[in-house]
Design a protein around this ligand. Sequence first.
Ligand code: SF4
Length: 325
Amino acid sequence: MKSSNEVTVTSSPKTINTLVKDIEDVLLNGAKGVSRDKIQNFGNLVANTMYDRLNETKKVFSLRLSNIGSPCVRKLWLDRWVLDGKEPLRASTKLKFLFGDLIELLVLFLADLTGHDVRDQQKERRLHGILGHSDVTLDGQLVDAKSASSFSFNKFKHALKKEDDSFGYLGQLGAYHASSQDDEGVLDKDKASFLVVDKQHGHITLDTHEFNHDEIDWEKAISERVSVVNNPDVMPDRAFPEIEDGYVHKETKQLIINGNKKLGVNCSYCDQKGNCYGNIRVFLSSKGPVFFTHVVKEPRMKEASWQDYINPPAEILEELVDTVD
Ligand code: SF4
């Protein structure tokens, strides 16, 4: 693995198109002759990541390349100005994030063992004043490594679509790619990829996207977002509407609404939903919590108080499992 300050680019005999198959070959057949030093380097990377995570202090909000493409600017605004009432991360969520970090390091280590050109991990990038760190450059292409549930993995496997991109990953990748246009190590100026691992089943996929940065005025887009987020007087509108509650008619397959309104997937996952709505009622279904903003017909589910949702007692903790990831 090469360090970020090496700028000499040597052509690799491998191309990124064979990456997934080559990683699978290493998993099936091993990497004969791999040096202990190489494996020790991977161990050091894991140790550094663990050290950083375990020493993390509460971060002050800032706009970064990782959040600039967030689909909800209201969420960014709330993170900037309203910290009271933001949901704390649960231990299970923190473990999930840590596990994800380790999987991402692992897949890049395996990529390195294949002989593909792996360089510039966590390289600092800047785009019109916004700072970030891209995951890696692989065979001259900018790559974002991700771990995902099987549900999310399938979206990448079939090429992530804008309408399915609840967390703004395409905007994030586009911003990193735009920031790497002058980087001599990033040879592919038109495409960037997600290298995704299904953390439940161990499948791997490479999801490549084209970006035409001439068509995007990044400077304007970023300065508009910065001024909206930095204006304390105006809370931006919600990015996602509430959805109708009801049941699907057996024969017509139509949704028969009951007048209740609840949060959709994006808002259910948002840790600022309490501040965004202020009057949420939490009900516990077998698939996880359902968040109602308007109730005219009492749901036939057990209700949890907002306080119990934020700081769950043991008896309801299991019912607060996440449904998707
Ligand atoms: S609850 Fe939904 S609309 Fe409100 S800030 Fe969060 S993501 Fe945006």
